[in-house]
Each structure stands twice: as C-alpha cells, then as structure tokens.
Design a protein around this ligand. Structure first.
Ligand code: IMP
Ligand code: MG
Length: 408
C-alpha cells in the first residue's frame, strides 16, 4: 500500500464505546474522598450533591450543570434517591471500609440501579426486559425458576411485562415460544387466569413484531401492531439500509480475515461466527468465537457507513456479544409504542438490559424510559427481588419454598 502521511488519513481510537460518561463522572468525583480516607464522612454528601444535579437537569436539560459536565448525559424520567441507595448498598457491601480499592464502575452502576428501582417501584406499570444476557444467557433459552416467580409476582400485581429482544423471527410464534417455554409453563403451573397472562408480551426484532400471551399459555401475534416511525416505512428505504449494512459487514469480514458469515433477514442483517474451522492454519480470525475487539470494530464501521448515508429511519447497529447486527427500528421505538398502546407513561416504565454502551442495543430505550443496567441474569434477579421488596410484595404471591427469595 502507498504510504500517505496526510492529515486526511487518521485512525480514531474510539473509547466511547466502552465508557459511560455519567458513571465515570460520579466515580471520579468520589475518588477524592477515597484518597483522603474520608469516604464514610463525605461520600453521602457527594451522593446528595449528585441528587441535586439530577434534579436540576430534570428542570433544565439544556443548560444544567450536569449537561456541561457530562455532555453525553441522557434524560432522567424520575428524581433519583441516590444518597439513600448508596447508604443501603454500603450497609450491605461496606465499600466505605475499603482501603485499597476505591468505588468502582460496577459499584456506581449498582447504586444507580437501586436508586432507580426505589424511585420507580410504587408506580411501575410496564417492565420491559431484554432477552439475551438479561433473562437468559446469550443464545440460550429461559430456564430460571426464581426469575419466573418474580415475573409472575409482577403480573399478578397488575404490571405489564414485555420481553423486548432483537431476536426477530417475524410473527412465527413457535420460534419465540422456544425461547420462553419455561416461563409459559410456569404461568400454566400457577394457573394464571387470562386477564393476568394477557399482560405478557414479546416484542421481537427490536420493535418490529408484537406477540401476546393467550389463555392457553401460547403466544399470539398482534396483527394490527404498527410501531410509530417504522410501521409504514417505504420498503425501498429498508432495502437500501440493509444493503448498505451488508456491504459494510462483508468488507470488514474480508479486510480483517474473519471466520464469519452474513445472515440476512427481512428487516435485519447480521455478521455471525462462521463455524469451527477444520484447518487451524487458515489465517482466519475467530476459529472458536469472534473476539470482542473485532465485534466492536465491525460495529463501529457499520455505524459510520450508515451515518454517512444519513438514513432518516430509526435503526440499530450493535455488538451482540458474539455477533454484530443491524436492525430496522430499535428498542426506543418498540417500548415507546407499547407505552402508548398500554397507556403507561414513560416514568411508570422501566427497561432492563445488558447492552447500554454505545455499541449496544438496549441504550436506545434510554430515551423513552428509565433503564436498569445489568450484566447477567443473576443481577436481573437481584434487582427484581429488591423491587418486589420495596413494593412490599416480597412475601405474598411467592411460595415460601422458592429458594433465593427469602434468604439474602
Ligand atoms: P437481545 O439481547 O435479546 O436483544 O438479543 C440480541 C441477540 O439476538 C443478538 O446478539 C443475536 O445473537 C440474536 N438475534 C437473532 N435474530 C436477530 C435479528 O434479527 N436481529 C438482531 N439480533 C438477532
Ligand atoms: Mg442482551
């Protein structure tokens, strides 16, 4: 290749796809207390101060101090009792007694989650869950008894539940049922009546397909579902978007010699692992699985290629953990249309997901409701357990024998 030291040719070492501005800001502010060994004395006041910054930002999102300090800060739909959440978290995990390890990214994330749950629990009307890595491990099916019990408790409490997943199988109910059969069986075992199970939805392909649980504990397609913004878009634009994404992903496969292939659907295109190679000398990357760096690179490339084309329709390009996908529509479109359909205001809704970085697909939901950022299904269970206990439902509809519920 020709050498060209031109200012036009630069690589951008992006880190924003592995950073969260608000969490980093909170963490750095708290570091001073740690260095001075004054965490116990000063951290609660710092969290109180964060509460004030959030309140100020709610009142004036354009000119708030928080907006100036953290340019990527999003919308807060409720005030956050951050100090109370911190004290509760510290009473349990004693982070203020640590001498060598200061408050971590995950500590801050958990405290934000707790504060959001505290703020939302009394008014929760719609709980939206991501699928892979939130309700079940990546690519696996639902299989957790406690999680099923917690979801049932919310349904019996009158809360709508939706599984909001990128996995798109059109309106083929059987394919979605495979993923959540365990949960549907739990509904059946608990003999939940129709008015309760009909509060359970599956939103597939980010926002494109809606299915609802029926009295026979099966999923029925909701045929008149038409999400705002993507329900009636021109097929030629859809095709142009998916074509552009496919071309970009193919170029990446070739340039980085990836052991990967393309999977194309009606409203999505994915870069997935190419299968185990017979010949390990092939020089291809990703013989067992595709590496995180490669997935991020492919994702950032396709984002840039799509951005340049200035598409006017909502879409979502993301690193799914073991693959990269571009879907028409996103979780914001899905969850906000469901809010309208079910008459639930944004502040009475929560989306729980694991993909909250810029290259994730849950981050889109941040602009239509409060979100909880978990990193695996065990954390989802923890947060639901906390929420049920704040509502005061921790004992009642759950059988006493359910393990992990009554013991901390
Ligand atoms: P989620 O975490 O539940 O949103 O699911 C994301 C995962 O679903 C991706 O990482 C893919 O492995 C899988 N998937 C299956 N079909 C699709 C699709 O059509 N678009 C995007 N992801 C899909
Ligand atoms: Mg996920």
């Amino acid at each position: 290749r020709k050498m060209a030291f031109s200012s036009r040719r630069r690589n951008y070492m992006l880190v924003r796809h592995r950073k969260d501005g608000l969490i980093e800001f909170f963490r750095k502010m708290l570091n001073h207390s740690f260095v001075l060994n004054l965490v116990e004395e000063t951290a609660p006041q710092t969290w109180k101060h964060f509460e004030e910054l959030v309140e100020e930002h709610i009142k004036d999102p354009v000119n708030s101090r928080l907006k100036h300090l953290v340019s990527t800060v999003g919308t807060f739909f409720t005030p956050l009792p951050l100090c109370e959440a911190y004290l509760e978290y510290d009473a349990h995990y004693h982070i203020s007694r640590r001498k060598y390890v200061s408050i971590s990214f995950d500590d801050v994330r958990h405290i934000l989650n707790l504060a959001q749950v505290k703020a939302s629990c009394k008014q929760i009307g719609l709980l939206s869950f991501d699928g892979d890595q939130t309700l079940y491990s990546d690519g696996k099916n639902f299989n957790d008894e406690d999680l099923a019990m917690y979801i049932i408790a919310f349904l019996q409490n009158g809360t709508y539940i939706t599984l909001t997943t990128a996995a798109g199988y059109g309106l083929d109910a059987a394919k979605y049922e495979v993923r959540v059969q365990y949960l549907l069986d739990a509904f059946k075992k608990a003999s939940l009546p129709e008015d309760v199970v009909s509060k359970f939805y599956v939103l597939g392909g980010e926002c494109n397909y809606l299915l609802q649980c029926n009295k026979n504990y099966k999923l029925s397609p909701v045929t008149d579902w038409s999400p705002k913004e993507t329900g009636t878009i021109d097929q030629t634009i859809v095709k142009r978007l998916i074509d552009t994404a496919e071309k970009s992903l193919r170029t990446t496969i070739n340039e980085l010699c990836l052991n990967a292939r393309i999977l194309r659907k009606e409203r999505a295109v994915g870069l997935i692992h190419g299968g185990i190679l017979e010949n390990s000398e092939s020089g291809m990357q990703g013989s067992l699985s595709l590496r995180r760096e490669v997935l991020d690179e492919s994702c950032l490339r396709v984002m840039e290629d799509l951005r340049k084309q200035n598409f006017k329709i909502p879409y979502c390009a993301f690193n799914g953990g073991s693959d990269v996908w571009v879907d028409v529509g996103n979780k914001r479109v899905g969850v906000s249309t469901l809010q309208d359909l079910l008459n639930v205001p944004p502040e009475a809704c929560i989306h729980v997901g694991d993909q909250m970085y810029e290259t994730g697909n849950d981050i889109a939901a941040r602009s239509c409701c409060p979100t909880i950022w978990i990193s695996n299904p065990t954390e989802t269970k923890y947060i639901l357990k906390a929420m049920l206990s704040y509502i005061g439902l921790r004992e009642s509809p759950i059988p006493k024998t359910t393990k992990g519920f009554n013991n901390e």
